[in-house]
Design a protein around this ligand. Structure first.
Ligand code: SAH
Length: 257
């Protein structure tokens, strides 16, 4: 297929989408971490309505589907990710309980106080943690749960190199205590929090990318945008191995009060 008629923006969008749809997860995580977070959530049954926001291709959506009995609506901005998610749901005969739809997490198609659980792994940064938890709260029933993972600083101070990298990529990155305050301010109680272990980043996110990167570069020789995308992902992975004691993904499980 020729890319001649595509705008740069469209082309970047397609490249990013192609790159990340070739790996199982689009962010750090693991089935074990999803199950651990789910273990803090009470009162789910077959009538429960669950939303998985920024679902990507749905690695965690499937874990949720296999370990709950309710209905799950998965939402992601990238149509290709949603196609993969819905195909996987069909293949696992989950299509009656799992529905992937294309949409934005800052414009949700739910009714007021309709949801029992809002799930979001490695995705809320796209609209910002504070904005996300404030906006999403209206869709949760009273006593409904929010389970969200967010990049956090794990120490009070950090080296300039890693501070600059993350501050540029995601200026809202902050300490766990700052995020907990935002959770309280937004009208939730905190049920639990835990930091994702290194294997969620290394084994499940950066190592699968290594294989995907060489295939991706073979498919796009002499493409500067593709080369830059890979270079940036490699830099992020290198910085993680150098500085992982200073930051990580933290899973917050909170309840609407
Ligand atoms: N939860 C998945 C994907 C995390 S990556 C996992 O852990 O593997 C972040 C995801 O957010 C991507 O799939 C991206 O397409 C999606 N995304 C980005 N902006 C979004 C928005 N405004 N609304 C919904 N999804 C969005």
């Amino acid at each position: 297929m020729s890319n001649e008629n595509k705008s740069i923006v469209e082309f970047d969008f397609n490249l990013i989408c192609e790159y990340f749809s070739s790996i199982e997860r689009q962010g750090p995580g693991s089935n074990k971490a999803t199950l651990k977070a789910l273990g803090f959530i009470e009162n789910l049954d077959e009538k429960s309505m669950i939303a998985d926001l920024g679902s990507g291709t749905g690695a965690q959506t499937m874990v949720l589907a296999e370990n709950t009995t309710g209905t799950i609506t998965a939402i992601d901005l990238f149509p290709k990710f949603i196609d993969i998610l819905n195909s996987n749901a069909n293949r696992n005969s989950m299509q009656n309980r799992v529905n992937g739809i294309v949409g934005s997490m800052d414009n949700l198609p739910f009714q007021h106080e309709e949801l029992d659980l809002i799930w979001s792994e490695g995705a809320i940064y796209n609209i910002g943690f504070k904005k996300g938890i404030d906006y999403w709260r209206q869709f949760l029933k009273k006593g409904g749960y929010l389970a969200v993972s967010e990049a956090c600083w794990l120490t009070q101070d950090r080296p300039g190199e890693i501070f600059d990298f993350w501050n540029k990529a995601y200026p809202e990155i902050d300490t766990i205590s700052a995020k907990v305050s935002q959770i309280y301010d937004a009208g939730y109680s905190l049920s639990a929090l835990f930091t994702l272990p290194d294997n969620c980043w290394i084994d499940n996110f950066y190592i699968p990318q290594r294989v995907a990167q060489s295939e991706f570069l073979k498919r796009h020789p002499n493409n500067i945008v593709a080369a830059e995308l890979v270079e940036n992902e490699r830099l992020e992975a290198d910085l993680y191995s150098k500085y992982n004691e200073f930051y990580g993904y933290v899973f917050f499980i909170a309840k609407k009060i």
